[in-house]
Ligand binder design. Structure first.
Ligand code: HEM
Length: 418
């Protein structure tokens, strides 16, 4: 998907919520509140990414996601981020690697089917013991009473292990998964030809490694790993090599930053709301840990938005949308919608409807990996509870400078036994 970043507009529109600095400085909440109150479907005429609509409340996002024929995810129109441009903007050196997150039915339906079985309830049950053992082992290596970077030592490590297990990837090389994902997923830094070439080089390096894994699995298929499941699926017969690569990138990138940032949000969010942390420290009921997991994912919303593109002129709650208009669905804002989540800026670990959040999207594209991420985060919460460990954050974290991945780059913490 090509990204043609334009010069930033000369005058700043305070309601242009695609500006990276709002996310880097954690000040996106106020403009979103204003949009929800005054203009929940808002046309931003100019931005670094061109004109786009912002949708900031819960119900219209569900409405749009339920109409994929009119509101397309297709990479040909520019895909799933406000930064993306359509096929007619492909530049020299771009190699489209279509992923099913950026496809519409019927291709989306067929390709999603190739991987969905790997994320079903029985597979999740099978992963539970492993996830628990890995999480416990990692926590037991952490120093108590000494500063360290939580993102690096916990969020990245546990997510990398999770991906390696899903792919049955060679354990000793597993950190490559994170390296590739970080390089391929950073959508706002491929505007120059050099950057796009560098990205392509990473994609080919990853492709080479996965080709080897693929060849091994073709000879000796496993039962549960993603590659074997994809190889044995009918839809694979109709998938081009670029599509296969695109879907691998999707599975690695899709699971990487998101799960990582939900685990960082556990540390940061509970530090910001110590009375909520106290509830988890006093009550080790597994149902509370599960509810807290949903609430932390709602509060963080690790992907701030997904984008759709209108395939025809249409009307949206009284607004005239033209064919090819970009529409940003701001999950981060819908998860603060006052009508659904009162006092949404606060984490409330026993919030009754926490699991209704939209952080995994809605409809046919709803996150296929949601259960894996939920298992990973719940396990982290309960293993920390078992050891009576509290995370104290030592300073403001460094945040990601982008309006898509919503998360943390570094966060110094110290563990304390309570
Ligand atoms: C789709 C969020 C973890 C793989 C999505 C979507 C969102 C999302 C917002 C798009 C939904 C839509 O368009 O309606 C998250 C969050 C996660 C997470 C917040 C962690 C807290 C994972 C994991 C994996 C994964 C662990 C896999 C290893 C995917 C895939 C899709 C997807 C393959 C495309 C689904 C489709 O188009 O049908 N995710 N995700 N995600 N996610 Fe996740």
């Amino acid at each position: 998907m090509a990204t043609q970043i334009r010069p930033a507009p000369e005058t700043v529109n305070p309601l242009d919520v695609s500006r990276a600095e709002l996310w880097r400085n954690d000040v996106w909440q106020e403009p979103m509140r204003q949009l929800r109150a005054e203009s929940p479907i808002y046309y931003c005429e100019d931005s670094k990414f061109g004109p786009y609509w912002s949708v900031t409340t819960y119900k219209p996002i569900q409405h749009i996601e339920a109409l994929p024929k009119i509101f397309s995810s297709s990479w040909e129109y520019g895909g799933i981020t406000v930064a993306g441009d359509g096929i007619d903007h492909l530049q020299e050196g771009d190699v489209p690697m279509p992923m099913f997150i950026a496809m519409d039915p019927p291709q989306h339906t067929a390709q999603r089917r190739t991987v969905a079985p790997a994320f079903g309830p029985s597979e999740i049950e099978r992963m539970r013991a492993d996830t628990q053992a890995r999480t416990a082992a990692l926590i037991d290596t952490l120093p108590v009473g000494k500063p360290f970077d939580w993102v690096e030592k916990v969020s990245i490590e546990l997510t990398t292990d999770m991906l390696a297990i899903l792919f049955d990837f060679p354990w000793e090389d597993r950190h490559n998964l994170t390296r590739w994902s970080d390089a391929l997923g950073d959508i706002e830094s491929f505007s120059t030809v050099e950057e796009r070439h560098a990205r392509l080089a990473v994609a080919f390096e990853m492709g080479g490694a996965f080709k080897q894994l693929w060849d091994r699995k073709a000879q000796n298929p496993g039962k549960h790993d993603l590659i074997s499941i994809m190889l044995q699926s009918d839809a694979m017969k109709h998938m081009s090599e670029n599509e296969f690569m695109g879907n691998l990138i999707l599975l690695i990138v899709g699971g990487n930053d998101t799960t990582r940032n939900s685990m960082s949000a556990y540390a940061y969010g509970l530090h910001c709301f110590p009375e909520e942390r106290a509830k988890l420290e006093a009550n080790h009921d597994p149902d509370l840990a599960v509810n807290a997991m949903h609430e932390i994912i709602r509060w963080q919303t690790p992907l701030a938005h997904m984008r759709r593109t209108a395939t025809e002129d249409t009307e949206l709650f009284g607004h005239r949308i033209r064919k090819r208009d970009k529409i940003a669905l701001w999950y981060a804002s819908a998860n603060r919608d006052e009508d659904i989540f009162p006092d949404g800026d606060r984490i409330i670990v026993d919030r009754e409807n926490a699991r209704r959040h939209l952080a995994f999207g809605y409809g046919i594209h709803r996150c296929v990996g949601a259960r894996v991420a939920e298992l990973q985060l719940t396990t982290l919460i309960s293993e920390m509870q078992k050891r009576r460990l509290r995370v104290n954050v030592l300073g403001e974290p460094e945040r990601v400078n982008a309006c898509f991945v919503h998360g943390y780059r570094h966060m110094q913490v110290e563990l304390e036994q309570y």
